[in-house]
Write a protein that binds this ligand. Structure first.
Ligand SMILES: Nc1ncnc2c1ncn2[C@@H]1O[C@H](COP(=O)(O)OP(=O)(O)OP(=O)(O)O)[C@@H](O)[C@H]1O
Length: 256
């Protein structure tokens, strides 16, 4: 079911939440080095699909194939820490298991917060905090990074910065990335593939292809013109060749 280029593939997934069907016939895969973004209206089943992919929720039908030995790094939406509890960034990375110094420093560096090891967690800005959560996920040396609305609470430039960091991590480590985001405009520039979910996959493809899809416009209105503009603008520079523009031509096909 998995070929050499795939990290994870969910096939024909059906799932229920609270007795109600939430997902039906959903296929989703992430290839090595690929950034896949899952978008969809509230309640469209994005978190449910992530849970199924991560093995936290058993699907009613379908199956998820994972590359043998797949290591996943998870960046949560938010993490509440008691702000009165003194804890440095470096100490935070030692929870729940002590991180070797070199690994911790490398992870902070990759997450763009190399200079913050001695700072108190409670003093970090929202963007810095999310980068520390990213660093913690990187300690697992993941093949696949999974982010669930990891930029909630950041402003648009802050979110765009965070996504650029994710892109840099992917370029650096070659890991695949699966993220859920509401920020359609911002996320576009960093994604290789966008999958639009509404209980089923409405459309998927490159950001440009999805922005132009009638299914997308129906779900999100026509106010997404800016997304495409931003995508084009951000990609004025020469694109790196990660090798993932190949071999998944079918992903670029739109299907209703
Ligand atoms: N634990 C639960 N018990 C009952 N119903 C649930 C549960 N979790 C989710 N649901 C329902 O399942 C549907 C899909 O929820 P899900 O969280 O997967 O959507 P989502 O696309 O992630 O939404 P959002 O964008 O609002 O986070 C929703 O109607 C939600 O109310």
């Amino acid at each position: 079911m998995l070929n050499d280029t795939l990290l994870i593939a969910a096939r024909d997934i059906a799932a229920r939440q609270g007795g109600r069907p939430v997902l039906e016939g959903v296929n989703l895969s992430v290839g090595k080095g690929e950034i896949v973004t899952l978008v969809g209206p509230n309640g469209s089943g994005k978190s449910t699909l992530l849970k199924v992919m991560l093995g936290a929720l058993a699907p009613e039908a379908g199956r998820v194939a994972r590359m043998p030995g797949l290591r996943v790094g998870y960046v949560p939406q938010k993490l509440h820490l008691d702000s009165t509890l003194p804890m440095t960034v470096r100490r935070f990375l030692d929870l729940p298991v002590r991180a070797p110094r070199a690994a911790a420093e490398a992870a902070l560096e990759r997450a763009g917060v190399g200079a913050l090891g001695r700072r108190q967690m409670a003093e970090l800005s929202g963007g810095q905090f999310q980068r520390v959560l990213l660093a913690r996920a990187l300690l697992a040396r993941p093949h696949l990074l999974v982010l669930d609305e990891a930029t909630q609470g950041l402003d648009q430039p802050g979110s765009a910065d965070f996504y650029r960091q994710i892109e840099a991590v992917r370029d650096d480590l070659g890991c695949g990335v699966l993220m859920v985001s509401h920020e359609l405009h911002v996320v576009m520039s960093a994604s290789d593939r966008v999958v639009c979910l509404n209980g089923h996959v409405c459309c998927e493809g490159t950001p440009a292809a999805v922005s132009a899809a009638p299914e997308w416009r129906q779900l999100f209105g026509t106010g997404t013109g800016g997304a495409l503009a931003l995508y084009r603008h951000e990609h004025d520079h020469a694109h790196h060749d990660h090798g993932h523009d190949h071999d998944h031509g079918s992903h670029d096909q739109l299907h209703a």
